[in-house]
Structures are given as structure tokens and as C-alpha cells.
Design a protein around this ligand. Structure first.
Ligand SMILES: Cc1ncc(C[n+]2csc(CCOP(=O)(O)OP(=O)(O)O)c2C)c(N)n1
Ligand SMILES: [Mg+2]
Length: 244
């Protein structure tokens, strides 16, 4: 499937809608505002490449080429926060910076075997300012590993302005919101891409509204809403272990 800004946004809207109905009894972290940047970045991600992501990985998984029905089934099964599709070489972790050493090890293995694959490792802007990230970057550059780190800068670490943590508060600048090509190439050359975006008011996790699961129809998981979004059967077929 060829994704567009509109279609990939619509996927997250659908997840949001289902979550509001109380049908996903697990955390979700939705993306918004970084569609253009990711569409651009994923033009250079090959199917054979490895992608490591975070708890906020729906867009990454879809753009890696995983069928939308499979991604949605995992989300419905409560696995949004740690999507894994090994057969698509796609992994994620709910631990901030958790994928860094695994991505490094994968890249080292690729290099030792002289394989052509590359590794892409996505982290948030706070994760990108941790000691673990600094070490990973240093190691990758030192050993010239085939890994590109992508820092996704929304200016926030959950609800804290990221820069405020370092007592050097600066308003979040959308310097390359439109992916300034010069910036993009410069960052990419060093095995690092950093892009900024604005989550456009969406909350860190959930949908910004309380969902009272006891008052929703979540205890009857196959109510009318499922037919409306057309995924009930798909989810049952793909995840019979969870969906029953
Ligand atoms: C090791 C660890 N510490 C704390 C958390 C709780 N936590 C989840 S997301 C997050 C903020 C991460 O901010 P950033 O890296 O900028 O990513 P964003 O969510 O903004 O994309 C925190 C502190 C966690 N998941 N793992
Ligand atoms: Mg952030």
C-alpha cells in the first residue's frame, strides 16, 4: 500500500475512534503532525532493512510495509506499546532508549557478515539526549556501523518541555518542519536524522479524554462498532489467541 499524509492520518483517527469506544484495553501512543517527514524518511528504508522504534510506532510499522490489518489487529490485541513484526524486521520497545543497544548489536552483526541491510533506530527527543544515546552514537560512528538514528523532536518528554529539563529552556523551534533538504542531508550524512514536528495538541498517550472502560461496551468485544470499522473478522483471524 502506498501511504499518503491523509491515509496514514486516517489510520490513527481510526485507532482513536476505537480507543474511545473502550475497545483497546491497553495504552496507545498516537502520532500526528510528522506524516510528511516520515514519508520522506521511509523512501530510503528498504524492505530488507531493520527498523527499531518506540511505544509510538504505528506510522513506522505501516511505512515499513506491514499490512494495515496486521498492525490494527496487534493494536486491538493491546500491543500498540510494543509492536513486533520479526518477519518484517520491525521491533519496538516501550522503554525509553530501550532499542538502542539492540539496534547497535544488529548493525554490528550485519557488518561482521558483510550483509547489505541497514538498521534504522527511531527515538524521541528526550531519548536522544540520554547518556545511552550518546554512547550508542559514539559506538556506531567508531565502528562505522550501518545504522541511522532518527530523532523525532516534538519538544516534549511526556508533558515536560524537553529543553526545560536541562535548565536551558528554549521554545521548541520547528526548524525543519518542512524537511529542509540541506538539514536533512547534513544530519543523514552522520548516521543521524533529526526532524522536528508539532503533535498538534495530541496527548502523549491515550486520546486526551478519559475512557470509562466499565461503562463502554468493551466487555462485549464484538459489538456494532467493529463492523463499522470493518476489522472484526480480520482481527479474529490474525490474533485468534487474543481475540477469541
Ligand atoms: C526508561 C524509561 N523511563 C521512563 C519512561 C516513561 N516515559 C515514557 S515516554 C517518556 C518520554 C519520552 O520522551 P521522548 O523521548 O521525547 O519521546 P516522545 O514520547 O516525546 O516521542 C517517558 C519519560 C519509560 N517508558 N522508560
Ligand atoms: Mg519528545
Amino acid at each position: 500500500m502506498t501511504w499518503t499524509v491523509e491515509s496514514i492520518r486516517a489510520f490513527e483517527e481510526e485507532v482513536r475512534y476505537i480507543y474511545l469506544q473502550g475497545r483497546i484495553r491497553a495504552p496507545i501512543h498516537l502520532s500526528r503532525g510528522n506524516e510528511r517527514q516520515l514519508l520522506e524518511i521511509f523512501k530510503t528504508v528498504a524492505p530488507m532493512d531493520y527498523v527499531f522504534s518506540t511505544y509510538r510506532s504505528h506510522y513506522h510499522a505501516l511505512l515499513k510495509g506491514i499490512p494495515r490489518e496486521r498492525v490494527m489487529a496487534e493494536i486491538l490485541a493491546g500491543h500498540s506499546i510494543h509492536l513486533e513484526f520479526p518477519e518484517h524486521r520491525f521491533y519496538s520497545s516501550a522503554i525509553v532508549a530501550g532499542c538502542l543497544p539492540i539496534a547497535l548489536g544488529t548493525a554490528l552483526g550485519i557488518k561482521r557478515r558483510s550483509r547489505p541491510e541497514k538498521v534504522w533506530c527511531f527515538v524521541g527527543d528526550m531519548a536522544g539526549q540520554t547518556g545511552a544515546f550518546d554512547e550508542a552514537m559514539r559506538y556506531a560512528r567508531g565502528f562505522d556501523l550501518p545504522v541511522t538514528f532518527v530523532i523525532e523532536c516534538n519538544g516534549r518528554s511526556t508533558n515536560t518541555p524537553t529543553d526545560a529539563v536541562w535548565e536551558r529552556y528554549q521554545p521548541h523551534h520547528h526548524v525543519n518542519k518542512a524537511i529542509n533538504k540541506e538539514h536533512f542531508d547534513r544530519w543523514r550524512a552522520g548516521g543521524l536524522i533529526r526532524y522536528c514536528y508539532d503533535q498538534e495538541g495530541w496527548s502523549h498517550y491515550g486520546v486526551g479524554q478519559l475512557v470509562d472502560f466499565d461503562k463502554t461496551t468493551s466487555r462485549k468485544p464484538f459489538g456494532p462498532g467493529w463492523e463499522a470499522v470493518g476489522i472484526e473478522q480480520v482481527a479474529k483471524e490474525i490474533r485468534p489467541d487474543v481475540m477469541g
